[in-house]
Design a protein around this ligand. Sequence first.
Ligand code: AMP
Length: 120
Amino acid sequence: MSYDKNNIFAKILRGEIPCKTVYENEYVLSFYDINPQKKIHVLVVPKGEYIDLDDFVSKASEKEIIEFHKAIIHIVKMLKISNQEAGYRVLSNIGKDGGQEVPHLHYHIFGGEKIGKMVV
Ligand code: AMP
């Protein structure tokens, strides 16, 4: 499967459709999910064109992989839900059985309330 340049997150990254930005740097963009499932529901996407975690780890540079994960920690601190505060959940849906809807790698960050069961 090749990367679909017309997926919705690619359009957000190109500035073609708006988003509510939480954080941005050279490597990542983070924005609020349009259909929040918890009080805090934020998405983090790498700026590079990666379909999912498998694609990212096999094609991205070590710098991109490290910066992506460091950004998540930066964002949870910004949102005051880090491990030192309330805590949070990070989740990435991958492929068909994983329920991935948008074919650009993204991590969901949930927080702001008890997240509940690990898998519903
Ligand atoms: P997934 O099922 O893991 O691929 O999640 C895709 C997520 O993207 C869902 O939680 C959607 O609510 C969210 N989403 C879709 N379109 C947008 C958008 N334009 N802005 C923000 N979030 C979006």
